[in-house]
Each structure stands twice: as C-alpha cells, then as structure tokens.
Design a protein around this ligand. Structure first.
Ligand SMILES: [Zn+2]
Length: 389
C-alpha cells in the first residue's frame, strides 16, 4: 500500500472512529541516522528479511510506516588513509545492492523530490549519510566521489578528529594536545565544497569550536543528524541551548538521538557498575569478538534483565523532543534514532517499530498533527531541499 493511500485510509479511519493510536501509526517517519549497514556488512544479513537481532530491516520499516532512512556509512578510527574511503564505498555498495534486489520495495534517492517520488510510489526511500570526515581521507576528490554516489550529509567528524576539524571527544578529553581547535582553512574549504555539492553539513559528534566554526562557514542550513539535549543530559556531544538556538536560526534541524547514554545522565554510571560486576566475562567477550562495543552488546544479551533495568523510560526521550520544540520550534526538530548503533534505548523503544509510540505521546502532550508530521519527516525534506534544491 502506498503511503498516500494509507494516509487516505487514515482519514477514513477518523470517520469510522478507529482508536486514535491506530490512526497515529499512519504518520510516516524518515529517520536520519541508522548504523545497520556497518553491522550488515560484517554479518551479511539480508535487510529485506525480518532480522531478529537488528533494529532495522525492511519488514519492520514497513510495519512502522517508515517512509525512509538515511543510512549511516561508518567505519571506526582504526580505518585511515588507504582504508577508510574504501570501506565507505563497500557499505554504499551493499545499500545499492539491497535496493537492486528489491526494486519493488525501495528506491535510492538523494533529493527532496526523490523522497517525495518514492513516497508517492509507496516505496521506501533510502539515502546515504557519511558519519565521519576521516572517510574522505583528506582528499577533495574523495568528497566529490562520495557526493556523486549520493551522500546527502557528511558528519564532519566521528569521535575521532580529522586534521581539519576537532571532535567533541577530543575537544573535551585531549584539548591541550590538539594542534588546533575547530576548523582549519582546509575545513572551511571542505564546507564550501559541501555547500556547492549540496551535501548537508552534519555537526553531530563535533566539538563546540567546530560547531561554531561550521555554522559560521556554511552558507546553507546545517543539521545534527543524531544529537540530544545537553541541558537534560550534559554529555559532551549533546547540544547546548545556545547551539540549538543558533542552528535553528539558520534554518537547520536537530534530529534527536535515542541512545540511553545521550538521554539519561545516570545511564553511564549505572552501566559502569553493571560492566564492573561482569568484568571477567566482558574481558573474554572483548577478546573473542575483537570489539569492545560488540562485547558490551553481547553481555547485554546474556543478562537481559539487568540490561533492561538500565533503560530510561520512554518519557525521557519525549522530554528531549519536547524540550527542543519548546526552545527552537517544531520546524527544527526531527528523529535520528541511532538504531543499530548503540547497546541501549529507552523502554518500549526496541526497534524502528517504536516510532508510532512517539506520535501517541506527542498527541497526549497536545501536539497538532501538523507539528508531529514536521518532526516525523517534513523537516527532513525541507532541510534537504534547502541544501540540494
Ligand atoms: Zn554517531
């Protein structure tokens, strides 16, 4: 069923007094950050099929009336010159291959018109976001190449700084040893080229100085593809009130991150205790899997009750969304859940099928359908259009 048809059905449902929650589920969502490709490239899982260990697949996306997803292209800081760009292209290849295998279900798009075309055709709109400037390996031609493959945003840094932009982690934990803070001239040239190419500047993960430098340098609205509110959870890469206001004043959009650690200031201390209790097991899992994050995830699967107890309530996620809306307006807030990229999300928010719960909660707070639609997908389309035409 096409999304437009399903909206028409929703309108009929109003007339036949179907419960509000079912009508609410009909609002389409476009999420701006999901890490499933970095997982999928290792496991080979077919995202067209239901995958119980993943939070995103096309089956779940269909059930939750998702209209589209910006897929994060990501590799860690162990990838560098000679490997990072190649890895990014392998992940992009796997997304194109998924689309080629499922032409009736999804469409690769890169513009607002493309998203709208996919929605009208009832197909899932797939877009590409590159999470970390290290993947262009300091080369302008690599930036051009990723843009030519459809990159709609580039996160200037991941947790690791580049030679031209400093990250939130590094600005906080190794401020004194950094050669510079914020953007260099090369960084400003990269932003100018991104503006020319219509690649959105994404400031999730960047340090405060890089944020302000990027906002000043960009001639187009910028985004934070997966960032939450510092005033509620003062984690280093959440956005402070003055940052939220300044980004919105330039027409940008902040897409709220669902990771428990970025929503709940008590999460990391509580998680640390849990990990300390199971330290031996964690160490052996880390050795076995060769990746600390995956080991934490695996440990969570072994102790689901304890892991579940660490999750904040859904209301805390809603609090972040509502705080931003009150501060900067419903035109500047969206959803970038970071699914398949972290080990914990709020209760009930188990996978992409949870988006409808957000609709129901915002309705309870008195949000209009128009404002919920902006948050769910319209703000993304607007900011994409502002950058790419
Ligand atoms: Zn991230």
């Amino acid at each position: 069923m096409s999304i437009l048809k399903s909206l028409a059905c929703a309108a009929l449902a109003v007339a036949s007094s179907v419960p509000a929650q079912i009508q609410a589920q009909q609002i389409p969502f476009i999420d701006t950050h999901n890490d499933v490709l970095s997982k999928q490239i290792r496991s080979g899982a077919d995202l067209a099929l239901l995958q119980k260990d993943l939070q995103f697949d096309l089956v779940k996306a269909g059930e939750s009336h998702m209209a589209g997803q910006v897929f994060s292209i990501w590799c860690g800081e162990e990838f560098g010159v000679g490997t990072a760009f190649k890895r990014a292209n392998q992940e992009i290849d796997s997304l194109y291959a998924l689309a080629a295998r499922n032409p009736g279900k999804m469409l690769m798009v890169r513009t607002a018109a493309g998203v709208e075309k996919a929605m009208k055709a009832g197909k899932f709109a797939a877009l590409i976001g590159v999470e970390g400037g290290h993947m262009i390996e300091e080369r302008m031609d690599y930036l051009d190449s990723l843009a030519a493959r459809g990159m709609v945003y580039m996160t200037l840094t991941w947790n690791n700084s580049t030679s031209w932009a400093t990250s939130a982690r590094d600005e906080v934990t190794k401020k004194d040893s950094l050669p510079q803070l914020g953007l260099t001239d090369k960084g400003r040239a990269i932003i100018a080229r991104m503006n020319e190419l219509g690649v959105m500047v994404d400031v999730s993960h960047v340090g405060d100085q890089t944020f302000w430098d990027a906002l000043a340098a960009s001639t187009k609205p910028i985004i934070a593809s997966h960032s939450s509110v510092y005033a509620i959870d003062p984690f280093r890469r959440n956005l402070k009130d003055e940052q939220l206001k300044a980004l919105a004043a330039k027409g940008g959009v902040v897409f709220v991150n669902f990771y428990s650690g970025f929503l709940d200031s008590t999460y990391f201390p509580r998680q640390e205790k849990f990990l300390a209790v199971h330290k031996q097991e964690l160490d052996s899992l880390t050795k076995l899997l060769g990746d600390g994050d995956e080991a934490v995830h695996a440990l969570g699967n072994i102790y689901p009750v304890e892991m579940n107890a660490l999750r904040p309530p859904l209301s805390l996620l809603i609090k972040h969304i509502d705080y931003m809306v009150k501060l900067i307006g419903a035109d500047h807030v969206g959803i970038g859940a970071d699914f398949d990229g972290a080990e914990s999300y709020p209760l009930q928010m188990d996978d992409v099928r949870g988006y409808s719960l957000i609709v129901a909660e915002l309705e309870k707070l008195g949000y209009s359908r128009g404002d919920i639609e902006k948050i769910a997908y319209k703000n993304f389309i607007r900011v994409l259009k502002a950058n790419r035409g």
